[in-house]
Design a binder for this molecule. Structure first.
Ligand code: AMP
Ligand code: MG
Length: 349
């Protein structure tokens, strides 16, 4: 299949191309497109064949449910059984934006889209290209991240092409994404709202609208005895090809530890890499040292983390060490992804 790549910006939306992309989706085809979180791989959420094609294009296990993206609040009632008050309040405060809600599904949503579940994940993205595309497609676009399963989610279009060229009808290049980590997922189908995946919208943010929010306690540790509530969280995800380990501790100790280990790996002819921050990056002796951003502005780290993981692959780095990040606020989302990328390998010193 020939993949057509089209470019546009949120400020200058190419209506002609959006119509073309919408037609592709209505016909059961696939279009990769930008959202504010990461690039998405879109198909018609109400068409079971489209969902099957998404799984095939990604190489994703079909019990891993997709998020249904909508562009307007009116669209919500068609895909869910009922809209609880909590959902209404969250939507009013955080939509459009990086928040996904789990609700009971309506019969309109095929089980192919929900991975066999009676619940459905719904989000209204803030990116204008995404919203125009969803409207052009008829209102409901199922879209996981636009990467091959197991690879870091793409935050720049280059990596969408690398993973999906020849597997989708169209890729919309809308430039680099803003946030860089997938949406926060909150489950509203049981007694108390529960965060199933941390993201840019934190527990503290959610608690400004809902009185009490719980967290799935498998988020920050590898507890193989317990099955995570979000099916996707059980898969090894976001993984770079190199062997990644997170080093936790006081800054000076972390730097000394990583440098000693890099020197040893280099003696064994291994190509080494470090994920550092702006203030520490100059102090490492690895072959490839990258700053993920500034600790005081964790948004910068969120935005660049996946791109950096991909770049280590591009440069064939075999052993990677990463500094650790905060366990709260957006740092929690960063650490959640980093832990998964590292297969939960953490050394505390
Ligand atoms: P992605 O589209 O790659 O961001 O992945 C979407 C993730 O949302 C899945 O991997 C699941 O973990 C989660 N998810 C989607 N639908 C549901 C659902 N009905 N119940 C729980 N988690 C869900
Ligand atoms: Mg994904």
């Amino acid at each position: 299949m020939e993949t057509k790549v089209v470019r546009m910006t949120e400020e200058q939306i190419d209506r002609e191309r959006i119509r073309e992309a919408g037609d592709i989706l209505r016909d059961g085809g696939l279009v990769a497109f930008p959202t504010e979180t990461v690039y998405g791989l879109g198909g018609d959420a109400l068409n079971p064949q489209s969902s099957r094609r998404i799984y095939a294009a990604k190489g994703r296990p079909s019990d891993n449910p997709l998020i249904v993206h909508i562009a307007d609040m009116d669209a919500l009632s068609l895909v869910v059984k009922e809209i609880p008050e909590s959902a209404q309040r969250l939507a009013k405060r955080f939509w459009p934006g990086p928040l996904t809600m789990i609700l009971h599904k309506s019969p309109k949503v095929p089980y192919e889209t929900t991975g066999g579940l009676d619940t459905v994940a719904v989000r209204m993205p803030a990116n204008r290209i995404a919203r125009e595309l969803i409207r052009a497609a008829g209102g409901y676009v199922a879209a996981p991240s636009a990467n091959r399963s197991g690879r870091p989610s793409p935050t720049v279009v280059k990596y969408v092409s690398e993973d999906l060229d020849g597997r989708v009808e169209m890729i919309i290049d809308g430039g680099d994404v803003e946030i860089g980590l997938e949406s926060t997922i909150v489950d509203l189908t049981s007694d108390k709202p529960m965060i199933l995946r941390p993201g840019y919208i934190t527990r503290q943010h959610l608690e400004t609208v809902l009185s009490e929010v719980e967290e799935d306690n498998t988020l920050m540790r590898d507890d193989s005895g317990q099955v995570p509530k979000a099916p996707g969280m059980k898969y090894r995800h976001y993984a770079p090809k190199g062997n990644l380990t997170i080093i936790k501790g006081a800054e000076e100790n972390v730097i000394a530890f990583i440098n000693a280990h890099c020197a040893k790996e280099q003696r064994d002819n291994k190509k080494t890499g470090v994920i550092a921050t702006d203030t520490t990056v100059g102090r490492y002796c690895a072959d490839v040292c990258k700053s993920a951003g500034c600790r005081e502005e964790e948004e910068t780290i969120a935005r660049d983390l996946y791109r950096i993981l991909r770049e280590f692959d591009d440069e064939n780095v075999e052993v990677i060490y990463a500094e650790a990040f905060e366990d709260s606020g957006i740092g929690q989302a960063i650490m959640n992804r980093l832990l998964k990328a590292a297969g939960y390998k953490v050394i505390s010193i």
